[in-house]
Each structure stands twice: as C-alpha cells, then as structure tokens.
Design a protein around this ligand. Structure first.
Ligand code: CTP
Ligand code: CA
Length: 228
C-alpha cells in the first residue's frame, strides 16, 4: 500500500462527492433511474482520501464496495442526496459525479399499482428534482471553495458543457463525450475535456483513460489548484 503512505497534498481539506444513480419510486416495488455504475464517483472519493482529504461519499444505489478511508452515506432519491450533501456543509471541495434523475414521480403510489385486466395503462406525472450541483454552487455562505460538476454529452460536447457550467455556477465541469461511437458510456474509460472558465483559457483535454486514471488526474489538478 505504498500509495496510502504517499504525499498528502489535501490534508486538512474536507470533500464531498456524489456518485451513482438516484432511484425515484413509482410505487413500493418500482422506480425510475438513470444508468450509472458509480465507478467514476467512487474512484474520485478514493483518490481524494489517498491525497489526505476528509471525504464523504454520498452514493445512490450501486454494486461497488465502499472506498477505503471514505465516509459513505447511502441514499435513494435526489431529494435525499441533496439533504445528505447539505448536511456535510461547510466543505472545501464538492464533486458531483452522480447521475441524478432529472424527474421524480409526482404522486408516488402507497401500494403496488396493479394491472387492471382491461388493458388500461397507468399515467405517471413527473415533478422536477432539485439540481444538487446548482444548489450547492449558488449557496452562500457555505459554498465550497471548489465545486466540480460533470457533463455527459453526445454532441457539441464542449459548448453544451460550458453553457452548463455558467448556468449552474460551478467552478469546473468535466465534459465527457458519451456518443455511442466513442464506447465510453457504461464503459471503463472516460474521455474528459476540463472546462474551467467562460472562455477556453484553463481548458484541458485529457487523453482517454480509465475512470481510476481520470480520478488521479483530477485529484492532482485539485492539489495544484489549492497549492497556487
Ligand atoms: N446534477 C445534480 N442534480 C441534478 C441534476 C444534475 O447535481 N438534479 C449534476 C450532475 O451530478 C452533474 C451535473 O449536474 O455533475 C450535470 O448533470 P447533467 O445531467 O449533465 O445536467 P442537467 O442540468 O440535468 O442537464 P441535461 O440532463 O438536460 O443535459
Ligand atoms: Ca440530467
């Protein structure tokens, strides 16, 4: 475990990371969700902890072991995820890697919805979930010094991600090309374009690499950010 004993550039810093999907119940046995393995968010939490940060990982339902040295809070819904993130404030670093469901079912059924037998279909109404990244980015006075979001896009990746950064008010966006022909969606690798400002100053293009390698590159970039 040589890396566990390595330099601790983020010692004394508190970090919060979101990971995985959220599950939004329809009834006691059904839900809607996004596809997300949680691999990227969990890897980031692990690397932050190795760099010496005090890390809380707020995770939706995933099939992954808890990262070593990380405080893990398990949640189901977007609203629970927001409340758990807010409970960790103030923090120095917040990284939002979760694939949060944009909508929840408006009137969750208390009992299992049954087929009627005459072919009549249930109609679901939706309500918009809170935007956790935007809420924390625009929170004062407890806004973390560094707020980082992800943007998974299939076209005009950099333009969409830069607009997302401005709209939400975060510091950095890690834009991720998930167009089907890249093979990145649901895979082991990520191809990241770091957006750090309104213009291309500060942009970085990272070579396609594993999610663990992305986490290392990001944590090294964060350490440099706090060092200068
Ligand atoms: N995010 C969040 N809370 C939400 C929705 C998104 O914290 N309710 C965060 C994600 O974790 C990610 C970033 O916001 O870091 C961008 O998510 P994305 O789904 O790409 O952005 P949206 O604003 O939901 O836009 P759209 O899905 O329409 O592209
Ligand atoms: Ca979304």
């Amino acid at each position: 475990f040589a890396r566990q004993d390595g330099p601790k550039p983020l010692a004394g810093k508190k970090a919060v990371v979101t990971s995985g999907p959220t599950h939004e119940p329809i009834d006691p046995v059904r839900y809607i969700a996004n596809r997300s393995s949680g691999k990227q968010g969990h890897a980031i939490a692990a690397e932050l902890a190795r760099a010496g940060a005090d890390v809380t990982l707020v995770s939706g339902p995933v099939n992954l072991p808890d990262p070593v040295g990380v405080n893990v809070v398990r949640v189901e819904t977007a609203r629970d995820m927001l409340a758990s993130v807010q409970a960790q404030m103030p923090a120095d670093i917040a990284i939002f890697a979760a694939a949060v469901a944009d909508w929840r079912v408006k009137d969750q059924a208390g009992q299992k919805i049954k087929k009627t037998g005459d072919g009549a279909l249930p109609v679901l109404q939706f309500a918009e979930n809170p935007d956790i990244l935007a809420t924390i980015s625009q929170s004062s006075p407890t806004r973390p010094a560094l707020v980082v979001g992800f943007a998974a896009e299939t076209e005009n990746v950099v333009e969409h991600a830069r607009a997302k950064r401005a709209r939400k008010g975060c510091d950095w966006i890690l834009a991720n090309n998930v167009a089907p022909d890249t093979g990145t969606f649901g895979g082991e690798d990520n191809e990241i374009h770091l957006i750090a400002g309104n213009d291309t100053t500060g942009d970085e293009v990272w070579p396609r690499q594993s999610k663990v390698a992305v986490a290392r590159t990001l944590v090294a970039r964060i350490a440099r950010h706090f060092d200068t």
